[in-house]
Design a protein around this ligand. Structure first.
Ligand code: FAD
Length: 432
């Protein structure tokens, strides 16, 4: 169906996981930025919709959802500035393939390449690596259509820029983003099975710094970590085969002999190539391949970002909660991220570890354990992932974000009538 303004109309449907149906009456898909501006200016209530991969109602609205999926594509590399500018609806998988074709790279990717750049950045989506900031830290500039339909451009270093990047969709609709790039690089990926918890916790810094990106997969029970995924940059290091030989006894684990999937029973062939085979960053930094369903599909997710200094204590706390958590889990993942200065980033001001939980799709049971986990992780100042299921509200989150009040003031200034507000933001951020 096509509206009077020429934009495509669809019913809103549900999110990727299928655990929620959007309350929005319809989804509009503007084809040009001018059309997007008209739509925003004329709407009473609206929200941007990315690729629908969030597990909570962060993207929802009682008004109109706006998808940029069919916005005229933008892809502009600036080799002097080493940046690329893309339209907000671009998916990381598409961006990564094109950058690699032209000899460039992003610093990191999330576990899946299917997500939109604007949607991922809005929630501070991250990959892993002690020295890797989350994906939002690569944003050097953005173009935002604000509540009155006017375009606001902002560049890193300008006042309020650090508040605009991880924006939860609360400030307007990001029509394009400019991201830092670097020359392309190769990566080899090796999986180790059955690491020893005691050895890993006694040497946690050595474990997480042993590759460019490290992920540990566990269900929190027992004395073994089921898998460690190491993504190593190829420059200057030993050849992958030698590196694997050196790590034959990697903290009690042994190298996998066949491709592994983090979730038991799902074929490893749906994952990016492992076994130390070198390949471009664009085919190795994500865990899951673009042409397959990422992870399992039939699932829910939660994640808490904990300051690095509390890593071992927070992990031990999760292990003590195994009796509650393990029966509901498909798998958990532990990753690391570098500190940043983005106001609503869960990595704001502190290197962090991510304690991620991929749940079986039993939402009432999951929602019953979330307050227990959050109470146990509260002493560590844990901040929840904005795009996944969590319990805490604005009164609990505000003290954990030094710039929380500044973000609310920025949102009030850019969206004085609350066009972009929804129940999620009212509960989790604005406290009303
Ligand atoms: C299988 C799976 C694996 C995942 N792996 C990871 C992972 O490795 N690391 C991680 O950190 N997270 C991960 N996530 C979570 C996911 O990255 C986030 O939920 C992310 O926000 C999803 O992006 P999206 O494009 O689907 O956005 P949506 O879920 O559609 O929207 C998220 C938010 O972004 C806003 N938004 C979207 N587009 C715009 C725009 N143009 N302008 C302004 N605001 C906008 C929306 O309004 C909403 O507030 C995973 C999710 C799934 C389903």
């Amino acid at each position: 169906m096509v509206s009077e303004a020429g934009t495509e109309l669809h019913t809103a449907g549900h999110n990727w996981a299928g655990n929620l149906r959007y309350a929005a009456a319809q989804v509009r898909e503007p084809a040009t930025v001018a059309e997007l501006q008209d739509l925003v200016a004329g709407a009473r209530k609206l929200r941007a919709l990315g690729s629908r991969h969030s597990f909570n109602r962060i993207a929802d609205t009682t008004g109109v959802l706006v998808s940029l999926e069919h916005l005229a594509p933008v892809f502009e590399v600036d080799p002097a500035e080493m940046t690329v500018t893309v339209s907000g609806g671009t998916r990381y998988g598409t961006l990564a393939a094109e950058l690699q074709r032209q000899g460039y790279a992003l610093h990191n990717l999330a576990s899946l390449p299917h997500i939109s750049v604007a949607g991922a950045v809005a929630t501070a989506t991250h990959g892993s690596g002690d020295r890797n900031g989350n994906l939002a830290t690569a944003v050097a500039g953005l173009e935002l259509v604000t509540a009155d339909g006017v375009i606001l451009t902002a560049r890193r270093g300008e006042p309020d820029f650090d508040g605009m990047v991880v924006n939860l969709g609360a400030l307007g609709i990001v029509s394009s983003l400019t991201l830092d790039i670097e020359p392309t690089f190769g990566v080899s990926q090796t999986v180790f099975n059955a690491l020893d918890w005691d050895q890993v916790l006694a040497n946690f810094d050595d474990v997480t710094s042993s590759a460019y990106s490290v992920s540990l997969f566990t269900d929190w029970s027992g004395d073994r970590i089921s898998q460690a995924w190491l993504k190593s940059r190829m420059e200057g290091g030993p050849a992958p085969a030698e590196a694997i030989a050196e790590r034959a006894g990697f903290f009690g684990g042994n190298p996998a002999k066949e491709p592994r999937h983090p979730i038991a029973g799902v074929p490893g062939t749906t994952c990016t190539q492992q076994l130390g085979v070198p390949g471009p960053w664009s085919d190795r930094l994500a865990h899951f391949r673009m042409e397959f369903t990422p992870s399992k599909g039939d699932e829910l997710q939660t994640e808490y970002l904990v300051p690095r200094e509390h890593a071992v204590d927070a992990i031990q706390t999760m292990r003590r909660l195994s009796h509650l958590v393990t029966p509901l889990l498909l798998v958990s993942e532990i990753r690391t991220m570098a500190a940043d200065s983005l106001w609503l980033s869960p990595n704001y001001g502190t290197d962090s570890i991510g304690l991620h939980l991929t749940w079986r799709q039993d939402q009432p049971a999951v929602e019953a354990v979330l307050p227990v986990i959050e109470a146990q992780l509260a002493p560590f100042g844990a901040r929840p992932h904005w795009g996944k299921l969590f319990d805490g509200d604005a009164s609990r989150l505000a003290p954990r974000y030094p710039r929380f009040a500044d973000f609310k003031a920025l949102a009030d200034r850019l969206d004085p009538e609350g066009k972009f507000r929804n129940d999620f933001l009212n509960t989790k951020v604005f406290g009303s």
